[in-house]
Write a protein that binds this ligand. Sequence first.
Ligand code: AMP
Ligand code: TRP
Length: 338
Amino acid sequence: MKRIVSGIQPTSGLTLGNYLGSIKQFVQMQDNYEMFIFVADLHAITTGLISPEELRQNTLNLVRSYLAFGLDPNKVNLFIQSTMKEHAELGYLLMCQTTLGELNRMTQFKDKSAKFQKEANGTQKLPTGLLIYPTLMAADILLYSPDYVPVGIDQKQHIELTRNIAERINNKFKTELFKIPDIIIKKEGAKIMDLCDPKVKMSKSATTHKGVIFLNDPIDVSCKKILSAKTDSLNKINYDVDQQPEIANLINIYSCLSDMTIDDICNKYANLGYKEFKQDLANLLQDFLSSYQEKFKTYNDDYVRDVIEKSYTKVKEIAKAKLDEVLEKLGFVNYEKC
Ligand code: AMP
Ligand code: TRP
């Protein structure tokens, strides 16, 4: 079986964008791939804004969400990033093979940095973690030698950097140490936009939450966000991302939730207006969220711990073996062997 690695940060509650852009694909792939899916808790502290209590709760809740959406712990290796110390150590080694210029060019770094206020004297206190985030992400991937990394389109640049770092190290040390992974981006769901601003992605870190659907929010709050989503004045259900970006985003969400094609949706609503369309989409969302939230509640802390323990040994073995191989190739003395 081909191998897959991916993860999500437990920075706050999950959004519909996270589900449609990544978790949905994981669930669909679990029968046909060897999967390593983790909670990227080390990434969650890179902004320096999360409290220990939030980090703990969000981490456990993200495992619950994975399960509630249908990831089967008998098929998928589910784990928490920080329990595998190898990620941080390989992250350091990769960071030393990366230039400041490469990291400075990352769009996510620029976007996230822009959110930090400048002080009166013009200085901006940016956490270094934000800058080195992509080298940690490269470590998350390269430790497990995956064939594919399924992510939303916003992560494409980070995967390209991962490939570059891996190729660079292979060339520099004349080895086939790292397997070069391919990215998988599903067309639908690749980028779910904010319901109030179709120019920005639906994101946990948006300044206002009016256009963001959080999966664990009360369902009526989320349905209202659909009903009050921004639309144009044409009142025509057309999939035209340039001319009608708001409605195109809603059609995209509709398609992902119903598994209907975009064409079928446009035909179905050819003679109807936005009001009927939005109401039907809100109903779809309601069914989807109630089934998810119902399951989410059933996993207590003990169950979550059992799930994590289940794959621990296997994941650890793979991570440790790869890290040992890298350390040896780079010339570090292995005290156990010398
Ligand atoms: P993050 O919340 O940044 O850890 O993202 C976790 C995964 O969800 C990544 O694969 C992202 O690309 C994906 N993702 C996040 N927001 C969206 C969105 N609005 N549309 C599609 N995918 C998304
Ligand atoms: N950086 C990803 C995001 O913000 C999360 C992530 C961390 C990830 N490590 C990863 C995704 C490794 C895929 C593979 O969305």
